[in-house]
Ligand binder design. Structure first.
Ligand SMILES: [Zn+2]
Ligand SMILES: [Zn+2]
Length: 247
């Protein structure tokens, strides 16, 4: 089911009134309980149905029953599953750009709500012990003044009734240009840039990020969380870059 209808059904079931307000993406009118206007919701690109249940990437073929993709079989990721709101393209890509670089009008709430609804529908019974945002390096945080993944994590926390732990996972080193490095060097670089201050004894973690391209960051963070004792790591993100954008 398309999630615009799903959202409308949820609000109708709750008996809420739908009052007009302004869409943060196009300034058109929207129902006050919907995160975006109807036409923006319709324009958000959907992910293809046939996707790997672990990394959420579409299969090269259009159809296929659920099975692990080749990458997840040959190099099993340290996370158990990924849930993305949509592909990194079209209106979703624009919205993420505005969230990260302009932050006006505020898009963390509407995008976070859409992601939370997607996570709820994908994993109906799932309640993580902790929600952990992918950290920004302090220098990047100073430049941008906020960590978009933390903003999204806070919105997810309300829907999933789980606490956000924003000080557990740190980025201690800047990882500038990764281009030109071998995959192994990139992996080592990222791994050394992360530090965990707590023991996560058997906890289940929901890692939150905005965009997953190669998956290297999500893998490095998940690996560190597992090494610190997490029983399971799942990843929630706004957008999954399609295969052809990956190096
Ligand atoms: Zn709109
Ligand atoms: Zn996969």
């Amino acid at each position: 089911m398309h999630w615009k209808q799903a959202l409308l059904d949820e609000f109708a079931a709750a008996g809420r009134w739908l009052l007009p307000a302004v869409c943060p993406l196009c300034d058109d009118r929207r129902d006050v309980h919907l995160p975006l206007c109807g036409s923006c919701l319709d324009t958000l690109p959907p992910l293809p149905e046939a996707r790997c249940p672990r990394c959420d990437l579409p299969y090269p073929a259009i159809e296929g029953s659920p099975h692990l993709c080749g990458d997840c079989i040959t190099s099993p990721p340290p996370f158990a599953a990924v849930c993305a709101l949509g592909p990194y393209s079209g209106l979703l890509k624009q919205a993420i750009g505005r969230l990260k670089y302009h932050r006006l009008p505020l898009l963390d709430q509407p995008l976070g709500q859409l992601l939370a609804t997607t996570v709820r529908r994908r994993w109906p019974q799932y309640v993580p012990d902790l929600i952990i945002p992918v950290p920004l390096h302090p220098r990047r945080l100073r430049e941008r003044t906020f960590n978009q993944s933390l903003l999204l994590a806070r919105v997810l926390a309300k829907t999933l009734s789980a606490p956000v732990a924003s000080r557990v996972l740190h980025r201690v080193r800047h990882t500038p240009a990764q281009q030109g490095l071998s995959a192994a060097d990139r992996k080592k670089n990222l791994q050394q840039a992360l530090r965990i201050d707590d023991k996560l004894n058997g906890r289940s973690i929901l890692l939150v990020d905005d965009v997953m391209t190669t998956g290297a960051t999500a893998r490095a963070c998940s690996r560190q969380l597992r090494l610190a004792g997490a029983a399971e790591v799942r990843v929630a993100l706004l957008a999954r870059a399609p295969r052809h954008l990956q190096p």
